[in-house]
Design a protein. Structure first.
Length: 223
């Protein structure tokens, strides 16, 4: 079972009926729009009914670092108390497709956790997975090549978002942001993978042609 993930999906799907029984607002977001107000303190907890969102942090330089993706059955942010950290003002959650959410106040979500220990336990498990990803990124950025980091991401994408065409719907700039490398380095890496027949590109799309070879180039944490 792969533990490291960039995609948080279906973690809370089994609790959707319970979540719907608490005060919430159904919100719809168009692709490329933001959930919440960029630059403001986080005030809502979003349970994703459908669609995919991307979470990134904007540096003072204006550059953003993509950390992970939350999809159907996922919850972000997982907060249950009033906090006001500087970093919160830099966190962006953007819809990557049409997205439908149930939004809760932090007070209501705290009540949910207090009254449903099984949901609270899943929240703890989620933070374990999330912490694992942060540690994984820190370790691979320091010790793994760009090629390995790119292969980790592509393989993880197919693992959590499988599709018949093995299409990875990420742009090169997004891949570079996620793995912490320059766009030039990522472009060179993808060119090498194309030459080896591991990936193919067509009309701006990236396809994995040889998943076994791709997996062979991932770090041990992904196998």
């Amino acid at each position: 079972m792969m533990l490291t993930r960039y995609f948080f999906i279906d973690e809370f799907s089994e609790f959707e009926e319970v979540l719907r029984s608490y005060p919430h607002i159904v919100e719809h977001f168009h692709s490329q729009t933001y959930l919440g107000d960029p630059g403001s303190t986080i005030k809502k907890v979003y349970y994703i009914v459908s669609g995919l969102t991307q979470v990134s942090v904007v540096h003072d330089s204006g550059e953003d670092k993509i950390f992970a993706f939350w999809g159907q059955g996922g919850i972000f942010p997982l907060i249950c108390s009033e906090q006001d950290f500087y970093l919160e003002h830099s966190i962006l959650q953007k819809a990557m497709s049409e997205v439908v959410t149930l939004s809760f106040s932090t007070e209501v979500f705290r009540q949910i956790m207090m009254e449903h220990p099984e949901i609270a336990c899943e929240c703890i498990d989620h933070y374990c997975r999330w912490s694992n990803l942060l540690l994984f990124n820190a370790t691979t950025s320091a010790y793994e090549t760009v090629r390995t980091r790119v292969c980790n991401l592509l393989y993880t994408y197919l693992y959590y978002l499988p599709n018949k065409k093995r299409c990875v719907n990420l742009e090169q700039k997004d891949i570079a942001s996620i793995v912490g490398a320059s766009r030039v380095s990522v472009a060179r890496c993808l060119a090498e993978l194309r030459e080896e027949g591991i990936v193919a590109t067509s009309r701006g799309k990236l396809y994995v042609m040889d998943a076994d070879s791709l997996k062979a180039h991932t770090s041990e944490y992904c196998k």
